[in-house]
Design a protein around this ligand. Structure first.
Ligand code: AMP
Length: 189
């Protein structure tokens, strides 16, 4: 894995543990010489993550929309920043640039991006690994929701299991490096 796209809150969240986790992930990426691909902003956890990579000497590639750029959200210290017209173009570009995807805690934007990359694997559109850092059990309800979807026969366990869930960055990076594309297709006979 040479580059990883990280999705995370454009707010900081209520607990210092979220900032610590973003910082830790940033340091782990730099230590492994993995380039960070992210939303290019100076807002919330996204800025904590980008700052951690930049301060530890790592590489950051931001991909932001024209609208957010005009609002002054772009991180001022980025050497590499692409400005694209829409969120759709921006997400497609991030998927193209990254070898894997990680979600830290976040809100609708983070959840939507995580589910998009996972749903695309399920449909065979790409075969890049994805996972979440389950800071203080933040993603436990997501696991419960996926279990419900399996129980009600809307998805297969393989497609829940392909979303790696680990409590720290080092364990998640290790799991993503061993990830295999799910063997089964999406549909339940
Ligand atoms: P949320 O979790 O709702 O705060 O949304 C965060 C996710 O949406 C990030 O992973 C970004 O990709 C995208 N996003 C939200 N706000 C911004 C912003 N100000 N600048 C760039 N991307 C953003």
């Amino acid at each position: 894995m040479k580059s990883i796209a990280v999705f995370c809150g454009s707010n900081f969240g209520s607990s210092i543990a979220y900032r610590d986790a973003a910082q830790d992930l940033g340091h782990q990426l730099t230590a492994r010489k993995i380039k960070l691909i992210y939303g290019g902003t100076q807002k919330g956890l996204m800025s904590v993550l980008a700052d951690a990579v930049l301060k530890s000497g790592g590489e950051v590639h931001g991909v932001i929309t024209t609208k957010l750029h005009q609002l002054g959200h772009a991180h001022p210290a980025l050497k590499k920043l692409e400005v694209l017209r829409s969120m759709r173009e921006r997400k497609a570009r991030m998927i193209e640039l990254a070898d894997a995807f990680i979600a830290l805690p976040g809100g609708l934007g983070t959840l939507e991006e995580l589910f998009e990359v996972a749903a695309l694997v399920q449909l065979g559109e790409h075969n890049k690994p994805c996972g979440v850092i389950n800071v203080q059990g933040f993603y436990d309800p997501l696991q419960a929701m996926l279990n419900k979807a399996i129980q009600e026969e809307f998805m297969k366990p393989d497609h829940r299991n392909m979303i790696e869930i680990q409590s720290c960055a080092a364990d998640l990076l290790e799991a993503l490096s061993k990830w295999n594309v799910p063997a089964s297709n999406k549909w339940i006979d």
